[in-house]
Design a protein around this ligand. Structure first.
Ligand SMILES: [Zn+2]
Length: 633
């Protein structure tokens, strides 16, 4: 979600519930809101296949998590997903076979099954009576209690209480038009005790076309602030709230804005051999929520491989969203994360009337939907918005049930979504890169001016003055952009994507910072440990002591290129951190031929004098690398 905070976790009816003996005690929400434990144990799991690893993970957790010692406690797998670098297996705790609501255990292992992290939130059930069971639910009573849904999914769960499990029903309810997507917990008397809003194989051939899009938004490409001739000043009144917004359909300024469209290549599907349509294996556009036609009368297509529409057409918004999401997917492909969220979701380019866009995770009737707001400057016209929203989907795909619990965890999702929007924008143009939503965030009547990914606030002090998740998220996006500036887009993006898999519900920013460092060690062997740690310490996510600790493996990341040695007597080195030291070339008898001093450099060109054909040894001696390389001439 871009702007307004939804009420994600809503506790209601506690006063009423507390009067009944089988209900939850008033301390219940405090257990649910507790964060998980996170540890980084050494050790490995046994097993080759995915199934063997799950069994081995179960055995490991039973051995190491005290709450699971009780013979009535067990765990069931809820997600088992592999990133390009690691495997992440998630479980829930059960009591007598039924899930305990709010528990989770997650273990991650690297490619050689070495344990990376264990995150757990379990309940101690030693006091729970074992002669108990959850009665079967009465579907009719549940429907009466929760109201109309198109799709119900009901399961028996225990709600945690130290003295006894409270029998309850977990109901997931969706309406296909997207107006309801909720998880509700009802006690056995059908009182709602918790309510939470939750946010195919591809069949057509595809083809490369040209799309005229804002890249990434009209102000950045024009290198202009929000002012004439690009701004839109007349007002538009929301039919739902009566609020007024700048009207974007009054296009006296349309020539200036249209001139900011840039032709970009992108792949689309080909239907019936004659139409190019805005659909691919990752995204399809549908008119799912109000307002319906005539604002969105029909699917946008083209009979030629060029999509060029005026800004005042719905087709332009359609192609902007399609382009931004497909562009994000292309980047994922380029950096080796194609497998993340590799299925089709729906987008509704004219979802809600006001200036809000939101991702709804998959449920019963759909695989995930993003609605885009129409108020102010339409959200779709700013690539930052679809990039932000699609990141929420990727976060969901990497870790289900993960980003809806805990204020800081939600803030981490918003900050991560802002980070990827900024990472994309800044790779296109550095103009005004600090601002997220450069175009959309100019809604004066809605008091919406976008966000920054270059704030100076620090954790945890900032949370005392502002706990709103989107603003807290700026701490995370700003720290990541500082790291981006030093180690580059590709590395920072990859480490963050890996970290998405490793996260869990309820985690804090310091815990996420540790997981981010773990991802760096998984992907780059701690090459950027100091850089990342430096900015996380400065931001207050990690204590100063982190900078004093020498990484366990002091050898830094490097890349050697020897292919020019035989022809040009040159060897190239790239280091993860700038190095100081000496490069020395020896012949096969050990005689020194030449040496070269290196001073604070992360790219080294080593030059040998003219030498005869034969075998040589290059000794590298810097603070981060002491190693010999055999060279052939
Ligand atoms: Zn968001």
């Amino acid at each position: 979600m871009k702007q307004f905070k939804p009420l994600l976790l809503l506790f209601i009816s506690f006063a009423a519930a507390a009067q009944k003996p089988t209900s939850i005690s008033p301390n219940q929400p405090s257990w649910l809101s507790l964060g998980p434990q996170i540890t980084f144990p050494s050790g490995s799991l046994e097993g080759n296949s995915s199934n063997e690893l799950v069994l081995s993970a179960k055995a490991y957790l039973h051995d190491h998590i005290g709450d699971l010692n009780n013979p009535n406690a067990d765990i069931i797998t809820t997600q088992n997903i592999a990133s390009p670098n690691a495997r992440y297996i998630t479980f829930k705790e059960t009591f007598l076979g039924d899930e305990i609501y709010g528990t989770s255990l997650k273990i991650s292992v690297d490619k050689v099954n070495k344990i990376v992290s264990v995150i757990s939130k379990t309940g101690n059930i030693d006091n729970w009576p074992s002669n108990t069971a959850i009665p079967n639910p009465d579907t009719a009573q549940i429907k009466t209690a929760i109201g109309a849904c198109d799709n119900y999914n009901i399961k028996k769960v225990w709600v945690y209480n130290i003295d006894a499990g409270v029998p309850a029903y977990q109901v997931n309810c969706q309406k296909f038009d997207g107006s309801r997507d909720e998880e509700l917990i009802l006690d056995v008397n059908y009182n709602i005790i918790l309510k939470q809003n939750l946010g195919q194989n591809y069949k057509y051939p595809d083809s490369l076309v040209t799309m005229y899009v804002f890249y990434p938004d009209p102000l950045t490409s024009a290198m202009s602030t929000y002012r004439p001739p690009y701004s839109t000043y007349s007002l538009w009144i929301s039919p739902t709230t009566g609020d007024t917004f700048p009207n974007t359909n009054n296009d006296s300024n349309s020539k200036a804005l249209d001139s900011q469209m840039i032709p970009r290549p992108i792949r689309v599907s080909v239907l019936n051999n004659d139409s190019f349509i805005l659909e691919n294996q990752f995204v399809a556009e549908k008119d799912l929520g109000a307002p319906y036609a005539p604002q969105y009368p029909e699917a946008t297509y083209s009979k030629t491989p060029v999509f060029h529409f005026n800004r005042d057409t719905s087709a332009f918004r359609d192609i902007m969203i399609y382009y931004a999401i497909t562009n994000w997917r292309d980047h994922l492909h380029d950096i080796g994360y194609d497998s993340l969220g590799n299925y089709q979701i729906f987008v509704d380019p004219s979802g809600f009337t006001d200036d809000v866009s939101q991702f709804y995770p998959p449920s019963g009737g759909h695989a995930g939907i993003i609605y885009f707001g129409m108020g102010g400057e339409p959200d779709a016209e700013d690539q930052d918005v679809p990039t932000h929203e699609y990141t929420h989907f990727l976060s969901y795909a990497a870790c289900h049930d993960c980003s809806s619990t805990g204020n800081e965890r939600q803030a981490l999702d918003e900050g991560t979504a802002d980070y990827f929007a900024a990472s994309n924008s800044k790779s296109i143009s550095t103009y005004n890169w600090e601002k997220v939503f450069n175009w959309d965030g100019n809604n004066a009547p809605g008091n919406w001016y976008g966000r920054s990914c270059a704030v100076h606030d620090v954790y945890p002090g900032y949370l005392d003055t502002n706990s709103e998740i989107h603003f807290v998220g700026q701490l995370w996006s700003s720290a990541l952009m500082q790291i981006w500036d030093v180690i580059g887009r590709t590395k920072t993006d990859r480490i963050m994507l890996e970290t998405l898999y490793s996260m869990a519900g309820g985690i804090t920013m310091p815990q996420a910072a540790k997981l981010f460092l773990k991802s760096d060690s998984l992907l780059y062997n701690k090459a950027d440990y100091y850089t990342i740690t430096y900015y996380f310490v400065k931001r207050g996510f990690l204590p100063e002591s982190y900078l004093a600790v020498t990484p366990q493996n002091s050898q830094i990341w490097y890349k050697i290129t020897t292919s020019y040695f035989s022809t040009a007597n040159k060897v190239f080195f790239d280091f993860g951190l700038p190095q100081t030291g000496t490069f020395s070339l020896y012949d096969i008898t050990g005689k020194l031929i030449t040496s070269q001093i290196v001073s604070n450099s992360d790219h080294v060109e080593f030059n040998a004098p003219p030498i005869a054909a034969g075998i040589y040894v290059l000794g590298v001696n810097t603070e981060g690398l002491q190693k010999s390389f055999k060279l052939l001439k």
